[in-house]
Design a protein around this ligand. Structure first.
Ligand code: SF4
Length: 283
């Protein structure tokens, strides 16, 4: 015991102070891509190399609507390799309370060769925070605050993940990120859970288990889809073996993009879901 205490005194506090301070990430961390919409000359090369269809363009009547869907993006960087108007950031905190909020699109007039002539409708981010979801978040927060102090019980379901997201979730519970300092506990039973964290595209084998887990949770309850697969089906989409996104099976309240989302992104999404992110007003 004394050895443990002596050791921890020697090494100091390992836990990050995030989110009170900005995320400390390696400069090589690959976060979300950013597009310079005004300088974007042609969306087609990036759309052609994007493996998940996160960058897409639709041409009609001499115009092009180009879009970036963060729910589908796996942060691979292939688009930035072929297009100077796109660069990869180290920003991983992209959680949103609606699927539409993860899609940004802009409209261009086209030249005869199909390149962009000029921007005629600037980028429009999707709409965030439908009112009823805010209400669920407030209700849950009030309940957890009243009954359990500031704790939040999470049941995690791997509905078909490659386990990349699970590795990050394990990291979230490590001494570095220490989710328990926010009162966030992972529990074994859905009957004890306030929040369901779902990873993976939902495989047809796991569909019923996911529905049963959701049904077993007491209300009010929150569902958080984790990773590109959970948010959109990712590179798997819908096929003979998977149903695709989590919201194809159960209602989702918060989407956490990434492939996989790192512990900062997970913490941001979980705290956003319950209105505890520092820039959110306390409800
Ligand atoms: S980073 Fe990869 S997945 Fe994301 S938009 Fe670019 S090419 Fe597509």
């Amino acid at each position: 015991m004394f050895n443990v205490l002596r050791q921890s005194q020697k090494t100091g506090v390992a836990t990050t102070s995030y989110p009170a301070t900005p995320a400390e990430v390696s400069p090589r961390t690959r976060g979300r891509p950013e597009i310079d919409w005004a300088a974007w000359k042609d969306a087609r090369p990036a759309a052609a190399v994007c493996p998940t269809g996160a960058i897409a363009c639709i041409d009609a009547d001499g115009r092009r609507t180009a879009s970036l869907d963060l729910a589908k993006c796996i942060f691979c960087g292939l688009c930035a390799d072929v297009d100077p108007a796109i660069h990869m950031t180290t920003i991983c905190e992209c959680a949103a309370r609606s699927r539409a909020a993860l899609v940004t699109h802009a409209t261009y007039a086209l030249k005869p060769d199909g390149a962009h002539d000029r921007l005629i409708a600037p980028p429009v981010p999707g709409q965030e925070s439908p009112v009823f979801l805010e209400a669920v978040g407030r209700e849950l927060k009030a309940r957890t605050d009243k009954l359990l102090g500031r704790s939040l019980h999470i049941r995690e379901v791997d509905a078909g993940s490659c386990n990349g997201c699970e590795i990050e979730i394990v990291g979230l519970n490590s001494p570095i990120y220490d989710a328990e300092r926010f009162g966030v506990h992972f529990v074994a039973s859905p009957r004890h859970a306030d929040m369901l964290l779902v990873t993976g595209p939902v495989t047809r084998n796991m569909e019923q288990a996911l529905r049963k887990t959701y049904d077993a949770m007491p209300g009010p309850r929150l569902v958080v889809a984790v990773g590109a697969c959970g948010c959109s089906g990712g590179i798997f989409g819908v096929n003979y073996a998977t149903r695709g996104a989590v919201d194809a099976v159960i209602p989702v309240d918060v989407y956490i993009p990434g492939c996989p989302p790192n512990p900062h992104a997970l913490l941001h999404g979980i705290l956003t879901a319950v209105g505890r992110w520092p820039d959110q007003k306390s409800s």
